[in-house]
Design a protein around this ligand. Structure first.
Ligand code: MN
Length: 321
């Protein structure tokens, strides 16, 4: 998915100054953002109070939306730089096409992982014939400086490792949870795990005390470390935890996101992650000029235009608020 905001605000993030070293329970409210005519998403990251969780730099939660008589998700070709995108569905399907020639239908609980490296373009669409409901999350992972100029690539993993406990099936989407590692390529130590809980489940997830964590609620009613969560909310948990108590009041779907605190300071604007204002401006110009990012040849229609760069100077800094 793209940041379709017509006047996107630059976000400076990363750096140790953002990280809470001890366990905390910080409830983040979503910002409602319209994507095109038919989709509204709840944006949890970047958030006013919090920009990143490990290398996770962007989290949108959408649906469940009844799209039976609608086109559903229709995101035209747009560029990315300096990040990976993770497509994760609970219901429906999304057709991904990109400028490396990938064309892949992504189904519920399959990983669509796109590494932009220095430059890629992609489109995301509900296929013409689609399920009635669309429900999922779109997440971005920032690439470290050592790997951010790598070649663009797309991975699709239909089979992912699972960790189970009574009332819990955890699917390891990316990184490692409890010794189980996703086949998706990662560039910094992190975890993204889908937690499917049945009503009444009462479990303790093993965590890495060196990681910072957050939990996104996607469905049902749950308590995470005692805090009640409803769909569309995210709870930031800080670092220093060896386990996390999770209780489900009904069948519930959560996403656990975590990672080693991201040391490098970043600038995020529109669909780009960079290190300097000049880099972001150059990426915008290259997209406008139709160079560098390639073509999404399978898409029938216009590509997205880049919004205007704000006049504000963009400088990375390391303060949370
Ligand atoms: Mn995108």
């Amino acid at each position: 998915m793209s940041n379709l905001d017509q006047a996107p605000v630059p976000s400076v993030c990363g750096g140790r100054g953002f990280v809470v070293a001890e366990p905390v329970r910080e409830l983040l409210s979503p910002r409602h953002v319209r994507l095109g005519s038919s989709t509204e998403v709840r944006r949890l990251l970047p958030n006013l109070g919090r920009r990143m969780v490990g290398a996770w730099a962007f989290v949108d939660h959408y649906g469940p939306d009844d799209i039976a008589d609608e086109p559903g998700m229709q995101v035209p070709p747009h560029p990315h730089m300096g990040l990976q995108t993770v497509s994760w569905l609970h219901e429906g399907e999304v057709l991904h096409q990109d400028s490396t020639g990938s064309r892949q239908l992504i189904r519920p609980r399959e990983l669509g992982l796109m590494t932009s490296g220095r430059a890629i373009a992609h489109s995301e669409q509900s296929p013409r014939s689609h399920a009635r409901f669309l429900h999922g999350a779109q997440l971005w992972v920032a690439l470290p400086d050592s790997d951010r100029h790598t070649d663009p690539r797309f991975e699709h993993h239909a089979e992912l490792p699972r960790v189970t406990a009574p009332g819990l099936t955890a699917t390891v989407v990316l990184g490692t949870l409890d010794g189980a590692t996703s086949p998706g390529t990662v560039y910094t130590p992190l975890v993204g795990a889908d937690l499917a809980l049945s009503s009444g489940a009462d479990v303790r997830l093993p965590l890495d005390p060196d990681f910072e964590y957050a939990v996104l609620a996607m469905s049902g009613a749950s308590h995470v470390d005692g805090v009640p969560l409803l769909p569309g909310a995210m709870l930031y948990l800080g670092c220093g935890r060896t386990e996390l108590p999770v209780r489900a009041e009904s069948d519930a779907g959560l996403m656990l996101l975590g990672g080693e605190p991201f040391e490098e300071e970043l600038i995020m604007w529109w669909n780009f992650v960079g290190r300097t204002q000049e880099e972001i401006a150059r990426a915008r110009e290259d997209w406008a000029a139709g160079v560098r990012f390639g073509e999404v040849t399978g898409y029938d229609g216009e590509r997205l235009r880049a919004p205007e760069l704000p006049a504000l100077p963009l400088k990375p800094r390391g303060r949370v608020r």
